[in-house]
Design a protein around this ligand. Structure first.
Ligand code: ADP
Ligand code: MG
Length: 357
């Protein structure tokens, strides 16, 4: 069942002719789904979320909740719960008063309100914290209060705008697991905003990758990781090499390219690749999928190590291949490998994927 629909939604903030902050966005979110808007700062994530919340109205396009058109409906008539980046808690009120706020506005009675506040606080593992003041809580606890405040009204849709960005790295990872647990238990359709690709991958059922106000790709994390639509998506999600290679032949699902060692290889490509013989293909391959070898055989290109860093999990190399810098992540590199060494890189064709510019 489709819960939230954005149909050709655009937002311009001022004079006609300005570039759109959100440009012709189409998204459908299924009931109970955890859906994430991911992209760099300024790409239009918050603006999109605020249009779903009703804080902004689109310049054009439609927003639907189920079969109801909510495009111009005010925020308090939308049945959404929002968690803001800075939490937006009332510092002079107790935890319980903060959480009860939405219920008070909705004129829920005292006894019912008390019960639901307790329930929401135990949902976020803050049972017994009701009488504390906000400034007596850690950042992570404040974040949970903000989540409880959004959940207590039992919203049809939960909207979260970079809710973890004020937490340190370790707590951020713990809290993202927590948010996902709470969301799953409550079954609430959720629209989540982050610029952190690891967070998006770990949490989401599906992700929309945004760039310059536009959605570049929508898909499950695995799909976006392994079959990125554009070179931007390939580079923004994880790390990726995007090689420009001459096209020797182009079929509907495979494009044959020439590797720097002059060998030919057929690369899987989306049906709408639009390439022809004589053109240049952009082929992405992940650093962890490139093998190091001393063998010389077709599909092995040679290069010179220009940078090397040990991260614990892998050794990251930058290898100069005919003037192009290729990233390699080797779990088990040859002993004694050093900057300046000549190396063979095996580029497995099954790990290559053709992307659009
Ligand atoms: P993100 O959340 O992805 O960082 P935003 O949605 O906040 O991006 O912003 C998208 C673009 O819209 C940016 O160029 C930003 O400067 C612009 N913008 C956002 N809010 C406003 C506003 N209230 N008035 C004018 N421009 C805005
Ligand atoms: Mg934002």
């Amino acid at each position: 069942m489709i819960d939230v629909t954005l149909e050709s939604v655009s937002k311009r903030f001022s004079r006609a002719g300005d570039t759109a902050a959100v440009d012709d966005v189409d998204i459908t979110i299924a009931a109970g789904e955890f859906f994430t808007l991911l992209g760099p700062s300024g790409c239009g994530k918050t603006t999109t979320l605020r249009m779903v919340a009703g804080f902004y109205f689109p310049t054009s396009g439609r927003i639907r909740f189920g079969d109801q058109d909510v495009t111009r409906r005010p925020p308090n008539k939308r049945d959404t719960g929002m968690v803001f980046q800075n939490y937006a808690l009332f510092p002079h009120m107790s935890v319980a008063q903060n959480v009860a706020y939405g219920l008070k506005i909705r004129k829920v009675g005292r006894a019912e309100s008390k019960r639901r506040v307790e329930e929401a606080l135990s949902q976020v593992h803050l049972a017994g914290y009701g009488e504390r003041r906000i400034d007596q809580l850690s950042g992570g606890q404040q974040q949970r209060v903000a989540l409880a405040r959004a959940l207590v009204i039992r919203p049809r849709t939960l909207l979260l705008d970079e809710p973890l960005s004020n937490l340190d790295a370790k707590l951020r990872e713990e809290t993202r697991v927590e948010i996902r647990r709470i969301q799953r238990e409550a079954g609430t359709t959720s629209l989540y905003v982050t610029h952190d690709q690891a967070e998006a991958m770990a949490m989401s059922d599906r992700i929309a990758v945004m760039e310059s106000g536009r959605v570049r790709q929508i898909g499950a994390p695995q799909e976006i990781y392994h079959r990125p639509a554009t070179s931007f998506v390939a580079r923004f999600i994880g790390r990726s090499n995007v090689l420009s290679l001459p096209v020797l032949g182009a079929g509907p699902e495979t494009v044959t390219v020439r590797l720097p060692d002059s060998s030919q290889v057929g690369v899987a490509a989306p049906a709408d690749h639009g390439l022809a013989t004589g053109g240049t293909a952009l082929v992405s391959i992940r650093p962890e999928h490139i093998g190091l070898t001393s063998a010389t055989e077709p599909g092995v290109v040679t290069g010179r190590v220009t940078e090397l860093e040990f991260t614990g999990m892998s050794t990251n190399l930058l290898v100069d291949v005919a003037g192009e810098a290729v990233q390699v992540a080797a779990v088990d590199p040859p002993a004694g490998i050093a900057v300046g060494d000549q190396l063979g890189l095996r580029l497995p064709r099954e790990r290559m994927w053709l992307v659009r510019p």
